[in-house]
Design a binder for this molecule. Sequence first.
Ligand code: ADP
Ligand code: MG
Length: 267
Amino acid sequence: MSEIKITDLSFAYKDQPNRLILKDINVEVEHGEFVCLLGPSGCGKSTFLRLLAGLEDPTGGTLEMNGKPLKGSSLDRSVVFQDYGLFPWMTAGENIMLALQQKYPKKPKKELKEVALNMMKEVGLDESVFKKLPKALSGGMKQRCAIARSLSIDPPILLMDEPFGALDAVTRAKLQDLLISLWNHEEEKKTVFFVTHDVDESMLLANRILVFGQSPSNIIYDKKIPEDLKITRETIFENSKILELRNELINHINRDVADHTTIGQNG
Ligand code: ADP
Ligand code: MG
């Protein structure tokens, strides 16, 4: 059985019920897949992720997790946003502790602090960061902290919405590597849904890429990345098979954008 099964999903925001954002989405995702949701800005990627997070309900169709309808938000599905989502009045450590206390309400605080500190170490944060407020941290450190918070509660499903979109290129590359390494080293791999509009980022991270089209959006291309392709920052522009895949992805996005531009001009 697939972990996530989405059938004929459609969605419109309540303030514009006649404007479908997503239409006829059908997809099944297996446990442990790293899925990148790729598509141009405004096509509905965040909306799709919000549905997976249970922050919105489908307008039509169904969303199932392990055979049961997915309802509301849950500690099974942790979300990392582009803007970090840390509470600014709490220290980095308190932000992580808050999530841990929700997950393990009966565990003593001291034990949870150990877990939080260990997790911070895993994501490359120094112990001294525990007591710092988010405003005293760089963007990269804030995002490391947000990742630590999400991973600390060990959710089977991790939802990430352009988490590295606001970071400079070097910091972004470091965090991409960190994420790959954390995911690779897990015995029981998490299922990850990672939103991006960056083709190269999707290729570096994912073992499956879903390309979203525009208005109303659905999945226009579903590509499993062959394991032997070994895409890295070094091979991405050298290996001919990888370049072929990169062109394939870019062509699908461009063709869809062109189709919609034509409709716009005629109408
Ligand atoms: P993406 O993440 O791919 O950039 P979004 O899912 O954020 O796209 O947005 C898809 C469409 O839904 C956009 O046209 C946007 O204006 C609209 N939208 C997003 N959030 C809301 C909301 N809360 N209420 C109404 N419309 C929204
Ligand atoms: Mg978005």
